[in-house]
Write a protein that binds this ligand. Sequence first.
Ligand SMILES: [Zn+2]
Length: 453
Amino acid sequence: MGSPQILNGVNQEVTQLLRELIQIDTTNPPGNETKAATFIAQYLANEGFKTEIIESAPGRGSVITRLKGTGEKPSLLLLSHLDVVVANPKEWTVEPFAGVVKDGYVYGRGAYDMKCMTAIEIMVIKLLKKNAVKLKGDVVLAATADEEQGGEEGAGYLLQHHKEKVWCPYVINEGGGLAFPSKNGYVFPVQTAEKGILWLRIKAKGTPGHGSTPNMADNAVMRMNKVIDKLGNYKPPTIYVPTLKEFLAEMGKQDPELQQTFSRLLARPEQSEKILDELARKDKALAEEIRPRTKMTIAPTMIHGGVKENIIPSECEAVFDCRILPGQSVTETVDLIKGLLKDVGLDKLSFEFIQAHGGSESASDTPLYITITSVLKEFEPGCGVTPTLTTGGTDSRFFRENGSICYGFQPMIPDEPNDELEKRMHGIDERITIENLVYGTSILYETVKRFMS
Ligand SMILES: [Zn+2]
């Protein structure tokens, strides 16, 4: 086995593939992912792949292909989503759906989240076939609809209605892989866990009256004020999921200056708030990255009430964005919230789910994780690799709920400070370096090849 290489030869093809994917507008809503799925199906058909497009509704297509192995090893799914969030051309310096190449970057909505990885995964499966790699397990590719709106019409639909076509014991998806610098060199996070979502609309009821005689009415805005106060100021207990413990231990190893802080955090969960406050005085960004990973969070995000200047409102509604840890259930969280609001008067409050699902987590002591680590260390000698928990969700949850081991892993080297890079996701002038397209293809190809042969 030779040492792994950067596949500079794929440069033009992966760039062109990404440009063409960006040029197909898959803004969700409405999505229109079938157009992109059809493009991929044709592309893969030209390479001798059999593909299938499955629509959950007209226009909402996902594309699947499979490269057969001998069956000696479990199969691996290369997952990505085809839809993107809206882009306002007025805010951009280039046309968001033109696939502009400039200064070593590919620009466009989806360049970073996540048509780049769709292009990389297509390159990987194509190279496996072209190089006649002897696969011991099937490699499946699925590029799906609807992730940006929750994924029920994409990954969720496929697992519910066509599980046999798409489910694999192992999955590689978005959510991790962007290296961040540390004292000892790069650290690559592999997303092994993500928080769950509870978007809750709470309505407070009262009785209307004239604004000039407030005591004769029951003001729903005042009631909602108490709800916001209770939920917004709630201090949830600290819970370290396995991924977070491993993350803190690994990060401590990478940065001797932080080692003491992270060891204290690990040893004293009950003092985590105090330790994070101390850390925030030195490195606010880092502290506030870690804090929401140690507990559930509740953030009031929308409020609406009242109809006229002089009418005491009888209704007020607010929306709460609540993020729960893997292992915390939606039901127990709703019970907890209702418990917090007992004194406000539950008979005057109603609760509606906008979106609700739990978090998910995969173990890191698996053959795939070990392969990812060893490939990374060959490409980047001395680098760190750590499991990571993300506060946002991906389609991995559908697969984890069905028993798959999923890792968010698109290896990338930062071309700007990491907080700037994170703004590109769903942001203005979204872009990726061509270097990272080639880098990602090279590492993912080596990982899949090694894991499967
Ligand atoms: Zn995404």
